[in-house]
Design a protein. Sequence first.
Length: 717
Amino acid sequence: MKTVTRSTCCYCGVGCGVLIEAEHGRITGIAGDPDHPANFGRLCTKGRTLPLTVADHAGRALRPELRLTRDAVREPADWTVALDHVAARFADIIERDGPDAVAFYISGQLLTEDYYVFNKLAKGLIRTNNIDTNSRLCMSSAVSAYKKALGADGPPTCYEDLELAQTVLFAGSNMPYAHPVLFRRLEEAKARDPSIKWIVVDPRRTDLAALADLHLAITPGTDVALFNGMLHHMIWEGSIDPAYIAAHTSGFNELKSLVRGYTPSMAAEICGIAESDLLVAAQWFAASPAALSLYCMGLNQSSHGTDKNLALINLHLATGQIGKPGAGPFSLTGQPNAMGGREVGGMATMLAAHRDIANAEHRAQVEALWGVNGLSARPGLPAVDMFDALAEGKIKAVWIACTNPVHSMPDIERVRRALRTAEFVVVQEAFEQTDTVPYADVLLPAASWGEKSGTVTNSERRISRVRAAVEPPGEARADWWIVNEVARRLEARLSARQSEEAPNTHNDAGLFPFESPQAVFDEHRSLTIGRDLDIGALSYDVLERDGPQQWPFPAGRERGAARRYVDGTFATADGRARFHAPSYLPVAESVDARYPFRLLTGRLRDQWHGMSRTGRAGVLFNHAPQATLSMRREDAARRGLKEGELVTIASRRGRLVLPLETSDDLAPGTVFAAMHWSGQFLASGGINETTIGAVDPDSKQPELKHAAVRIEPAKLP
Ligand code: SF4
């Protein structure tokens, strides 16, 4: 019998609603959900082709596997043996070396319920904060800046603002590729009202930049100088909003002193753009009835990502372009549930419901809510530091779920070294052949899209249901179930020791009484009450009845809030937003005579991350059939390099070989490669063989977008 199941696309942070068609236990088709407020029935090429990626279960991990020694081959095992083994090895290591000897590296692809159980296992039971996620590579600079400037994480805006903005500033975002369905809403708004201005800040002439009213092709990494220069001009011209600044903010005088030094001519020179263009951007932004900024990896994946975000938020606060329809700083999340992971505190620096590990009061609140004592105040290790600690032997065991760090982390050889050194590696994964799976001592087969249930939160803080349309293949199981089963086993082993050190107060059912994703969601919801993301009034029943809802959604409300800070009261202690005064600092790695090219990385329209899923749909290679290195035509000619020739891209960390593609869309001295292809697809590895592990000091997000490289003809054997 044919069934239709309402669910959510598993790719990007737009969070489109889908209707999954299934027959005889197989997914046979897909349509956009006409009632979902993110997409109103639309899907992009990736969403439309989802059934092709699951049609025959090819490449799926179908049963648990384990090996007892490093040089052995993994053998199939039944679930009980695999779960017992993982729990026993983790318990042994924790008892021998302490809780911080283990770590979890999870994913913005997981559902909120999966994330919650992982986080409770690490922080509530084991009492380590060594749990981080690939969202560290994606959104953590935006999180840092929102917290510093506005007092809490999460965008103040909503998707409706895309249709109401009169000026749109895109910064480090190629939205037609990365968030295609949302971009269609912007296109339609501009078609209705051609007076809407689009300003695109991007070193490359992307497809989006080609459509812009003003393209600011800045030198990579100079965003802070640009935004400070724009603010200098706004102050000089009197186009800021002194009444808003006086009523709702603090710290403006320090910022004003700083930006006095960023004259438009000096800022434009740093950025490598015309001063007149910088002035036009400042005028369009400040004079607009509604200015919206849309930003993504181009700001975040930087060793100064937090400063870039803060400098952009300064523009909104100084002009009062926030908390009103069509205006605000809108960070677009890359992954489908980067937001949900932040909500449950599934990162090394956070606790549940936007609480902070460093805050004793927050720790006490979570202890009371979980019925535990002795939550660790020791900071956890964020992604790059976590793998370094593995390589140094400080962390002995790591559990990796739903992500492929041997493709997505910077300086991949560092990650390989870490996983070779680790005493025990667990990989929980839907696919059996990612770049990371060969390092697994235990492979736990996970259910995938269309096979599991829970919730995700999209870029506008909207929580949607994810529903299973079919059973998982083979013995694959839902992520939350796998973690819950190991946690129960580990709890039995660790609780005796813990009750001597710091007795727990939770009831006899233990910390992991969950029998369904709904039970996990209900506990998560209870922890949010009274917090900025309060979803006390939201339940699976409400989502079933009323459809996807935005947070905050506290008790007494009938719907979630579309916008935040509409009355000018922010989430800081005094209710005022904070200006910060960031200075421009250059990229972590400058070009020099040995490495004279600036490497930029980015995404393609029809691929997703490491292509574990999109790589299974042949039609998705029509747009870009192969990995290439793009180089400006004149740069290639000067070096005698020809279109299609194989070239070696080498940095101080590693190298790979790609065919050359010449382009007129890059600045001189700049090259570009997509981040999707990895060692799974290319013999010489992916572009992250060359990228740098330098991180932002606040957010710990690495500078995946920029590295110094040399390009030379490949020497083939
Ligand atoms: Fe899926 Fe994003 Fe495309 Fe929507 S825009 S269909 S969420 S990939």
